[in-house]
Design a protein around this ligand. Sequence first.
Ligand code: HEC
Ligand code: HEC
Ligand code: HEC
Ligand code: HEC
Ligand code: HEC
Ligand code: HEC
Length: 387
Amino acid sequence: MKHKSILKFILFAFICAFMAASCTKEGPQGANGENGVNGENGVNGINGINGTDGTPGVDGNMSCLVCHTKAGMDALNGLYAYSGHNAAAYVSYAGGRGGCSPCHSNELFLNSLSQAPGVATIDIDYPTKISCSTCHANHQSLEDDIPAPLTLSDAVVSIADGTILDFKGPSNLCATCHQSRRDKSYYPKSEAKTFKRTFTKTADIASYTHAAVGPAGYVQLNATEDTLTVVFDVPTTHVYISSTHAGPHHGPQANTLLGYGGYGTTSKGTHASVGCTGCHMGTVEGTTGGHSFNPSLVNCNTCHSGATDFDINGKRTEFNTRMAAIQAALEEAGALHDGHPMYSSVTMAEFQAFWNFMMLYEDHSHGVHNPPYFETLLTEAETALGL
Ligand code: HEC
Ligand code: HEC
Ligand code: HEC
Ligand code: HEC
Ligand code: HEC
Ligand code: HEC
């Protein structure tokens, strides 16, 4: 018994010592107490003073109907029927050719806008004429003050010589297509050359008998008189007119308006500030103005008050008379036939006259687009031809 009590005591003492050692550590945290009872709601504050009313916005429908009424669209479509774009006489002639149709078809124009400058455009099979979507894109936004959405209105890089053509606005759209395709520097060459061509058409045989062939050039009709051989001698003092389509090509209006591209001092006239759209669209009168793209006399009257036709101060009549004299001299020199270029070897002076004539002829405004500059081009041509 004594032994058992001693053992129990030792065991008890041992447990106590162990517990004393472990009791120095903290016990685990108790559970959170319960949430208190919610307080009572506060008293409501006094209402603020009302703000002043905003200015009323433009009526949503009204801003769209500036352009989108049925009557307006019908009138516009009616006018478009009078446009050269709609007549599109040359769509099939220019065809789907990659070199022609960026200006002559809807498809390749839009395609060319998305390509880097200078990238050749591919040929297509079914070109269609210039239509609403050639010039008009989708709206970028439908907010107030929406302008008519255009496919292009940024400045244009000249195809002929890289000059920036900029009418600052929608007329840049026109300039994309209505610009020269060749610069005059394409033609003069710095080395002497000889070219030989054979003509078999009766009309060609008749006209090339009088061609300008250069100092040592000659014309030879074969024995049966159905073939004409022409040798064009082109020393460095001469220029070879190398195609019956030579010149700045059709529609150099952007260049003539901005007053450069011919032989003679560059000069930008007041008309450039009007832009193409200022004369060719603007106010509608009969079958002119607006989407007929035919110039309207009412547009001229803003500056030329009282003018009753485009022949202001007789300048168009004067222009046509001087052009006829230049044409006659160039036909005499063998550079033109019936107003069209001939293959020929002409002197540098004759070439300058030829180039200016082609530029003024292809411009098609009969002297209106840039009267001060045209005066320079006519005078240069007359001087070169000794007129
Ligand atoms: C300044 C003239 C103008 C105003 C204002 C105008 N539009 Fe247009 N809208 C056009 C022209 C131009 C086109 C292109 C027409 C075409 O290609 O047949 C066009 C095309 C559209 C088209 C079809 C092409 C597209 O972008 O999807 C819709 C839809 C349209 N407009 C809606 C509106 C609405 C809605 C408003 C008013 C919030 C409005 N337009 C205001 C000129 C205008
Ligand atoms: C996509 C190219 C392109 C654009 C953009 C363009 N035109 Fe034309 N334009 C032509 C072609 C090509 C013709 C000749 C159409 C034909 O006879 O086949 C033409 C014809 C014309 C004619 C009639 C010429 C005639 O001999 O009867 C006028 C005027 C004219 N354009 C003015 C403009 C104006 C102004 C703009 C800008 C608002 C403009 N064009 C934009 C390519 C274009
Ligand atoms: C940079 C744009 C452009 C290119 C490229 C172009 N044309 Fe044109 N072409 C025009 C414009 C603009 C007119 C309308 C000019 C005018 O009426 O004054 C036109 C007019 C014409 C005419 C009518 C000429 C006249 O005296 O009425 C013919 C034909 C023609 N182009 C053929 C072609 C052929 C073929 C090609 C390709 C080898 C071609 N064009 C490439 C812009 C271009
Ligand atoms: C040769 C390019 C060209 C063609 C094709 C063309 N437009 Fe336009 N359109 C313009 C230009 C440029 C403006 C004037 C933009 C400006 O001044 O902000 C304009 C303006 C408009 C406007 C605004 C209201 C007005 O009369 O000025 C409407 C609507 C419009 N065009 C619809 C059409 C429709 C529909 C067609 C097809 C029948 C069409 N356009 C064909 C170039 C074109
Ligand atoms: C100062 C007004 C004015 C400006 C600006 C103007 N034109 Fe003309 N344009 C005319 C007149 C006037 C004619 C001659 C129309 C006639 O004889 O029926 C003409 C003729 C034309 C023709 C030949 C039309 C035909 O029936 O043979 C084309 C194409 C042309 N302009 C395009 C343009 C282009 C593109 C621009 C801008 C680069 C432009 N014009 C700027 C007034 C202007
Ligand atoms: C923004 C005003 C303005 C508009 C619009 C305008 N012209 Fe002119 N025009 C002039 C000025 C200014 C001159 C003098 C030459 C210059 O400053 O470039 C001129 C000169 C002329 C000349 C030569 C006159 C002379 O005696 O030498 C003719 C022709 C002409 N304009 C025809 C037209 C025709 C046609 C239209 C309409 C299709 C037209 N102009 C629209 C301002 C304008």
